[in-house]
Design a protein around this ligand. Structure first.
Ligand code: GLN
Length: 533
């Protein structure tokens, strides 16, 4: 087994996750079995307790792990099956070591960052190699080289490399080569300094990915090579891609990244067959039609807060030769201003997941607008709860209908806590999480889209549809299109008297892939196109 560690230099947000995922794409398409892993130096046990404003989207895996959004890139760019073991944080690592200390496993010893924390990091890498057998394990280290909290990870990699042998292990360092406008020049000094920081710990990069806005000239490559101790051909231009992150694997292939990696690790495999990927990118970049979709959310300031939804829309759009522009509409604006004024020019309305009271009334106004004007509506998780509240209020006339998440005293709690949630006190990893089956009702739109009677989708919620209202809602045209196999939990709803109104309690956005778009997103986009015409 071969190991590739991906580190970042100079600044954060360089797209290390996409670089790691893209390398995964290339190696997979050379016939290698790949898996990816992220080690995050922060102390939260998982990102589930972080605000999307802070950290972007929380990505949920099949096994219910709440993980970093980079795992979303890994799943979308490769076929690697990720699990809880694919994302470790300092919080988890310390939790394990401290639990062992309390259990007396280190009795008599002083427990220290080195060797106890570093050993636990290595143990986790080794365990993943056993539980996810593959040819290449790509491990991304969160944060930037030089961060205090990242040091134990780098020290662990140093030891790991020594233990498995240099020939089986390499380091890909993603760094920034900034353009200084006043001087009209690209500067290599920050990269030199971040590589020097790596060397201080005893690591040296085998490949440099130089993120840049401009051409990396031969002169600059030579300079980076000389001062960073990396062969010149292993200095890879990581130019900002013009249109889409899905171009990254193709650009990196042109720079021969995968050749260099295979040569360095002694992997004798044919060149990557990128035909299918190229066809996808071509369709994505050359749409024949366009639609604009309003996403009514509240985390609109953070570009990555709805990452998987944005990507799912891209995948579905490409498959329909259509370009979709997603415009984020701040839900709070719709609370004081007329929804029609803000929503009239869109082919569809999407209400994504979310927590807490802020912006709720604005989302309800958006759902009402979509229902009354026959605009395609896709509700995801909270978006289904919103659709339920709206229907109860405006069709059944239950003016105070609400979710007990937002109004604990609502006389008509059409959305209420899941029974098993009533005794839950803590907030970390306590929701209904991960993959659960749903049975679809024959004859519904959802059944036609999925084409199968039973589906499995990923969840992350505490509240659910209150069955006490089921009969009244159904009689008025609110179709329960999918439930848990025991019939107790409503997973999917549709509206009878509407061209396309569908909402689910689960998160289909976690299962869409570039070349396998999700049926619900595809159905939604097709409905948006039809609506526009
Ligand atoms: N806040 C809602 C719940 O907990 C919806 C969650 C979500 O959208 N992910 O059920």
């Amino acid at each position: 087994m071969k190991y590739i560690f991906v580190t970042g230099g100079v600044v954060s947000s360089l797209g290390k996750g996409i670089a790691a995922a893209s390398l995964g794409t290339l190696l997979e398409r050379r016939g290698l079995k790949v898996t990816l892993q992220k080690l995050d130096p922060y102390l939260n046990v998982d990102p589930g307790t972080m605000n999307p404003f802070e950290h972007g989207e929380v990505y949920v895996l099949d096994d219910g792990a709440e993980t970093d959004l980079d795992l979303g890139h890994y799943e979308r760019f490769t076929h690697s099956a990720l699990t809880r073991a694919s994302n470790s944080t300092s919080g988890q690592i310390y939790e394990t070591v401290l639990a062992k200390e309390r259990a007396g496993e280190f009795l008599g010893k002083t427990v220290q960052v080195v060797p106890h924390i570093t050993d636990e990091i290595k143990t986790r890498i080794n365990k993943l190699a056993v539980s996810h057998p593959c040819d290449v394990l790509i491990t991304e280290i969160g944060g930037t080289v030089g961060d205090i909290e990242g040091l134990p990870f780098l020290e662990a990699i140093r030891q790991f490399q020594f233990e498995v042998g240099e020939e089986n292990c390499m380091i890909m360092h993603v760094t920034l080569v900034p353009y200084i406008k006043a001087a009209g020049e690209l500067k290599t000094k920050p990269s030199q300094q971040s590589v020097a920081k790596l060397r201080e710990i005893g690591l040296h990069p085998d490949v440099l990915i130089a993120r840049t806005e401009h051409d990396l000239t031969d002169d600059l490559r030579r300079k980076l090579s000389t001062f960073c101790n990396v062969p010149q051909k292993a200095v890879i231009e990581g130019r900002d891609v013009p249109h889409s992150i899905y171009e990254v694997p193709l650009f990196l292939q042109k720079e021969k990244l995968d050749d260099i990696v295979c040569e360095r690790l002694g992997l004798n495999v044919p060149p990557a067959n990128m035909g299918e990927w190229e066809r996808f990118v071509k369709r994505l970049l050359n749409p024949k039609k366009r639609v604009r979709i309003a996403m009514v959310g509240k985390y609109v300031e953070h570009k990555d807060a709805y990452k998987s939804i944005d990507e799912s829309i891209n995948h579905a759009a490409a498959s329909l030769d259509c370009g979709a522009e997603v415009v984020e509409v701040d839900a709070e604006i719709l609370e004081s201003e007329d929804a029609g004024r803000h929503l009239a020019n869109y082919a569809g309305i999407l209400v994504p997941g979310g927590f807490g009271e802020r912006g709720i009334e604005g989302k309800i106004a958006a759902a009402a607008y979509a229902r009354k004007h026959g605009v395609p509506y896709l509700g995801l998780c909270l978006g289904m709860q919103i659709a339920t509240i709206e229907f109860a209020r405006n069709v059944l006339g239950l003016a105070k209908a609400n979710s007990t998440e937002f109004d604990a005293k609502s006389p008509d709690p059409v959305i209420d806590l899941l029974p098993e949630q009533k005794k839950v006190k803590g907030k970390g990893a306590t929701m209904r999480l991960g993959t659960w089956p749903t049975l679809l009702k024959p004859g519904t739109r959802a059944y036609a889209l999925y084409g199968v009677p039973e589906i499995r989708e990923r969840h992350r919620h505490r509240y659910e549809f209150n069955q006490a209202y089921r009969e009244r809602m159904e009689a008025a045209g609110f179709i329960i299109a999918g439930t848990s196999p025991d019939g107790k939990l409503v997973e999917l709803i549709e509206l009878r008297d509407h061209p396309w109104f569908l909402a689910c309690q689960y998160h289909p956005e976690f299962k869409s892939k570039p070349t396998a778009p999700h049926p619900l997103f595809k159905g939604f986009l097709a409905a948006c196109l039809a609506h526009e015409q």
